[in-house]
Write a protein that binds this ligand. Structure first.
Ligand code: PHE
Length: 467
């Protein structure tokens, strides 16, 4: 491995394209859909606080480690880790961390595609003007009508999976740049416009207080959830950022690039929260609505402003694009790996993997309707069960996959990646890739990576899992 090698899958034209791709990966349903509903479920400010701390002390170091390892290895995450391990005289078994990541990313894609399908359905709803003058109850019914219909869900899920597979089959580098350069800023502008609307609801400060006032006593509740979400929202712990790092030009500065991506991601999430919660309160809804939160509240906003239908169409289109640019980054680590491994074309490899994800996604589709009572990890009067048919307790298929990935696989993958970058990779290689001019800054980043991030992840994982 020479430090100038180029990946066989291509290379970004500049550092900017990496920023676009990584931001495209990071900003997605996690920011606009998941962050607000998780904040609602875990009681607001306390969750947000832990989330922000986790982004800074854990998420960013993991992102830095992934980008750096990817650029040094220039291959799919699995082969990157095995090559780098070999060069550092360590066991090639480290590559199993990337295997787990790869599987985790595909599992996420399986439910992500279903939820992105909801956004597709809402585009159509907006075009048809279904939301004009809608109130909280009506919006709730509209959402319930969608999720209780497995056929409709499957159609949208299939369409979204096809879109994702199509981009990946053509190659990530071509096409991605032009789309994201225009659409990401547009998404942000629309979020700001919604923020403007939420200020007119008369409940704006209530929303802001819900997001930012925290009660220290409440902090412990959602710690693992907040850490898991920090990983999810930055797309780290699965190799998505690592594979994009493999296509990054050598000259680009990793430190400032990673900071930019992290900052953009956080700003989008907080803006989405501030745009949503005031609408929740104004409509007399509860913030702990769960996964339907965005799909119930935003239509109320759109249904009650002038030109709301047009804004609504554009907004859900942008949500779809944001989800799309995230989804491709979930597929890429596995596709790159199997292309390297089997020598088959991207098209063939992509079709097989996307089909597998699609099938697993059907589990999520059904978990909202026919199989809503198929529950995993159930604790009831007669003990713990891996699986039970019951309407109470445990987790549905969707919830189980979400739990397994966000709360366990992502943090564990992230832990292994920072440990690898901090302890296995040669310090000089690390310094050479990072190319920081100031010694002090380097020491700070290096100790964040070697001690703070791994200790943080371990402590949270172990305490939560031993509860
Ligand atoms: N970061 C994406 C989001 O917030 C989700 C994602 C997770 C993407 C893991 C890639 C890998 O929507």
């Amino acid at each position: 491995m020479s430090k100038d090698t180029v990946s066989i899958h291509g290379i970004w034209a500049s550092r900017w394209v990496f920023i676009l791709a990584a931001t495209g990966s990071a900003v997605g349903l996690g920011n606009i859909w998941k962050f607000p509903y998780m904040t609602g479920m875990y009681g607001g400010g306390a969750f947000v606080l832990v989330y922000l701390v986790c982004i800074a002390l854990i998420g960013l170091p993991v992102m830095l480690a992934e980008t750096l390892l990817g650029r040094r290895g220039r291959q799919s995450p699995v082969n990157t880790l095995s090559t780098l391990a070999r060069c550092s005289g360590a066991s090639e078994r480290w590559s199993w961390a990337a295997v787990m990541g790869m599987i985790g990313a595909l599992l996420i894609l399986s439910f992500y595609s279903v939820v992105a399908g909801w956004a597709l359905d809402y585009i159509l709803g907006m075009v048809r003007g279904e939301f004009s003058g809608i109130d909280g109850a009506g919006a709730g019914q509209r959402f319930g009508g969608l999720t209780s219909d497995p056929v409709r869900l499957t159609i949208w899920h299939s369409l979204f999976m096809l879109l994702t597979a199509w981009v990946i089959a053509r190659g990530v580098v071509a096409g991605l740049e032009r789309t994201l350069r225009i659409l990401m800023p547009l998404l942000f502008v629309l979020l700001l416009a919604l923020l403007g609307y939420s200020m007119t609801t008369g409940h704006f400060m209530e929303g802001v207080r819900f997001l930012f006032d925290f009660d220290l006593a409440k902090v412990p509740d959602g710690i693992l959830a907040a850490m898991g979400h920090a990983f999810f929202t930055l797309s780290v712990g699965v190799g998505s950022i690592m594979v994009f790092g493999a296509y990054m030009p050598r000259k680009a500065s990793i430190g400032s690039t990673v900071l930019t991506v992290g900052l953009l991601d956080t700003v989008v999430a907080l803006t989405a929260g501030m745009a949503l919660f005031p609408v929740v309160f104004a409509a007399g809804l509860q913030p702990n609505e769960g996964p339907g939160l965005m799909f119930v509240t935003l239509p109320i906003a759109f249904g009650n402003i002038a030109g709301g239908n047009v804004f609504g169409v554009v907004f859900f289109l942008l949500v779809t694009v944001a989800a799309w640019s995230s989804a491709i980054s979930m597929l890429e680590p596995a596709v790159a790996f199997f292309v390297e491994r089997t020598g088959r074309s991207r098209g063939q490899v992509t079709s097989v993997i996307a089909l597998l994800c699609w099938v697993v996604g059907l589990g999520t589709v059904l978990s909202f309707n026919l199989l809503a009572d198929a529950r995993f990890f159930v604790t009831d009067a007669d003990g713990w069960h891996l699986y039970r048919w019951t309407s109470e307790g445990g987790m549905t298929f969707f919830e189980s996959i979400d739990y397994l990935t966000s709360r366990i696989m992502l943090p564990l993958g992230g832990l292994l990646f920072v440990l690898f970058a901090g302890w296995v990779l040669d310090r000089d290689v690390f310094r050479d890739e990072l190319a920081l001019r100031h010694q002090r800054l380097f020491s700070l980043v290096y100790s964040l990576l070697r001690y703070v991030a791994p200790a943080g992840i371990l402590i949270i994982l172990v305490t939560e899992l031993s509860k």
